[in-house]
Design a binder for this molecule. Structure first.
Ligand code: SF4
Length: 265
């Protein structure tokens, strides 16, 4: 289903961030067409239209590049998390082309940039993403397409993400993998963990992991999409369930000599 795309105008482009390792954020979109059923963003932004329509409505801040071009003149350079509440390379980006202009502008003005995606559209900007002031993260929750179809219905299939990650790794861009959310009973098996750690090894990426965190709007959406399977998820939400997976990740990280760390402490 094609979502409802709308354009809005913004007064500011860059804002202070409380996220670990980031000083600023820039969010060019509100809403994310990838529509991952575990996405916690609707619980954070709490807008009425997203209560039942996450993935179906996307707003693009049409003047964001112009606003940013004024702000970068007086804001002290620092680390910018680009598009922290939506995927920067969701399908609407094909039309809007914000990322390329924002990345070029930030690098020209001595900012550092960190971003994370589940989309192979990022390959469009491979030629300008590089140097020691950019890092690129790929969310890899599983290499099993059945899993990703179920939980991340409109994101690029895992094989495409792997190819994009490999392309950035070959270009010697600093890359990382986000293995999260870990959903016990669905993507915590030995094979999945091994595949993801091997991928990190092969591409010289470090790995961050995180568990599923149930929130009210998220839980309703998961229940709607998964039906009875959601009971299985709910029954594996104890700290002990996650500790077993963390142990596997840390152990394999040591074996493969891959740096692994929790995304949030
Ligand atoms: S890609 Fe990220 S922001 Fe977009 S729906 Fe999925 S989890 Fe949410």
């Amino acid at each position: 289903m094609v979502p409802n795309y709308s354009r809005i105008r913004c007064r500011s482009a860059i804002s202070k961030s409380n996220l670990p390792g980031l000083e600023y954020t820039i969010n060019p979109y509100i809403g994310c067409e990838h529509g991952c059923i575990y996405c916690y963003v609707p619980d954070v932004i709490r807008r009425k239209e997203f209560l039942n329509g996450w993935g179906e409505i996307v707003y693009a801040k049409e003047n964001i590049v112009e606003v940013l071009s004024k702000e970068v003149r007086y804001i002290k350079p620092g680390v910018v998390g680009y598009s922290t509440i939506t995927d920067p390379y969701q399908p609407y980006e094909k039309k809007m082309c914000f990322a390329r202009k924002v990345i070029e502008m930030l690098l020209q003005n001595n900012f550092r940039i960190s971003f994370q995606t589940k989309s192979s559209l990022i390959l469009r900007d491979l030629d300008i993403i590089g140097g020691d002031r950019v890092d690129v993260g790929f969310t890899i929750t599983s290499l099993d397409e059945e899993f990703t179809k179920k939980f991340e219905p409109n994101a690029s299939p895992p094989e495409e993400r792997v190819q994009a990650l490999e392309a950035f790794s070959e270009k010697k861009v600093k890359t990382w993998i986000f293995y999260g959310p870990i959903i016990c009973g669905f993507n915590d098996d030995d094979e999945t963990v091994k595949n993801i750690i091997s991928l990190a090894k092969r591409t010289g990426s470090y790995l961050m992991y995180d568990k599923l965190r149930l929130k009210p709007i998220l839980s309703k959406r998961m229940e709607k999409h998964l039906g009875e399977e959601f009971d299985k998820i709910r029954s594996h939400m104890m700290e002990d369930d996650f500790r077993k997976v963390y142990y596997k990740v840390i152990k394999l990280g040591r074996e493969y000599n891959v740096k692994v760390e929790p995304a949030f402490t």
